[in-house]
Write a new protein. Sequence first.
Length: 711
Amino acid sequence: MTTTQGTRAVHEPADAPTAVIEELWERLIHVEQRVRTAVALRRAADPQPDDPYRGQYLTPEAAARIMESRDAFSPVPTYGSEPFPQSPPGSRIRRLAENFGLAPLDFDLLLVAMAPDIDNRFERLYGYLNDDLTRRRPTIGLALDLCGLPAAGSGRFRFSPSAPLVAGGLLEVLEADRPLLSRVLRVPDRITAYLLGDDEIDGRLRGLVRTVTSEEGPDTAPEVLRIAAAVGTGSGLVHLLDRGGDPGKLAVEALLAAGRRPLVVDIAALAALPEPAEAVRTLAAEARLSGGGVVLGPLEALAPERPERARLLSGVCAAVGGAPLVAYGKKNWDPLWTAESPVPVPVLSPGPGGVARQWRRALAEVGASVGLPAGSASADEELVGATASYRLDSEQVRKAAVVASRLAVLEDRPVDAQDLRTAVRAQNGAGLERLARRIEPAVGWDDLVLPAATRHELSELALRARHREQVLGQWRMRPGGGRGRGIIALFAGESGTGKTMSAEVVASELGMELYVVDLSTVVDKYIGETEKNLERIFAEASDVNGILLFDEADAIFGKRSQVKDAHDRHANVESAYLLQRMESFDGIAVLTTNLRGNLDEAFTRRLDVIAEFPMPDAVQRLALWDRCLGTAVPREAGLDLEFCAGRFELAGGSIRACAVTAAYLAAESGKPLGMEQIVSAVLQEYRKLGRLVRESEFGPWLERARGGGAG
């Protein structure tokens, strides 16, 4: 065997602290001495020590020797007869023993199992001592022999599933089908790497857990210090109840302030594993190994109300043990999930000022990394104001800042408000798209032709959406009763007066997407299913920066009626559910109806904005004709839009339909658009609407349109 010093030079990592390696090798020297003794005793008792086929057969003489002696060879000195070196306070060996509750004997057994991973000489020696050169790791029996412990003594229980070495994930007992003493021991690579000075996270947790460090030092905000103090009490289990804040970031900052290494778990990836128990054990070992803490959330992504997911959550909490665990989510903690209840801490919204700081910090950090010139990603007041209506956590802000900065780099310009809005929309999950039709706004205020009063109500809706965090969050203008921070508006008016288009304009003003609820996917004939469908929509919409549009809302928001049979009772239950759910809604919703009188009065009280959409007058109809025809369609010189606006009392939607029909007729004729095509299109629209065609309305154009065959 080569000298220990020579072997150490080969195996020592270049970046590992010398003191760490020295201490570990001092321990291994004692293991090596015991192995030397065991090899010498074996050879002394072996009549054919140089037999190349030993281990492949058993002679009668060898069997007789086994029967005559309790042990195949004389044991090495008993445990405790030789003093092992003491680890200094703060060393990795001392920390490992303290974090996992190891006795000195446990650590010596761990070193015996770890030796082949540090020095490959032990592989061949263990193969010799196992009497099988293919078994190059120690067995339980060999480990006990090397520590001078009897096979029938208490030492064997150090390898039971509940023992610190096995339960803590420091030692794996393989080949469970073999007798106990013949089972092979293996130390995970992460444990060996840790004792050699490596702090890289366990490779088995890649894609499941990420670590977070702080170059600026821990945050010292009061709420961070309060959570850090809670982490240091009792079991360290803390639950952050999301009330519009950023609990994920707060959990990380609190662990950093408590001197812990945050291990942020991708809870969806954990739940998707076919066998998550092994990953949970690895996570627990990593947390205790590095003196870290686990961040778990949002809990609603785990769906802990399902029994199997509740067991998984309970398993995580139990496995982590003494390491701190900070869970967060919007749901209250169920005491049945874990044996010990957590310290509950509500997390409120940081307010406009806090959100602005997040954007400024994220843009400043990301700008340089994507190649933006210095200062071109600075978030001025106008830029931050463009994001005032959004509700994002710190991770979503960071991702949006990356996307916005990359969009600016593509065009070699500073980040603007449109970049931020596009980036924020990219953070919207696809869950709501499975329940509603997504519309990316393509119209603005200039496309609307509405009375001043209606435009004022639309402006107020946008204003409320921008400042709701300040008014409803910081100023608490909607306290008590479990009320949410949602904004509910009603657009009432006849069909075609611009209700849906106005919702799209408001969404464009706020930089959001519009999600139109398809009532055919909501209403269900089976009792209770409609409420379930609506609950899924409301839950998804709360986490999306978009506007929820219930078109023809009176179909589900109708008046409650006197109960005469089970159908009436069920209809009233739906209305009662909607009344309660709108109170707790945190998003932005627009209801449209052609018949405002059909809505229940209780809904009206819960509305923040009511916008009336009357039929357009002659002036507005003229503007609508002009805008619907646009500038690309060639027009005849004699096209009289004032005649159309004054004679044909149509809503904006009908005017748009007439303009499209007339454009098709003009394209077929190959001539510029004229009055004949317009009047023909109006005639078609009248027939669709079931209206009478009066000569007093159409004047001389009626016969010309009919005579031309265009109608």
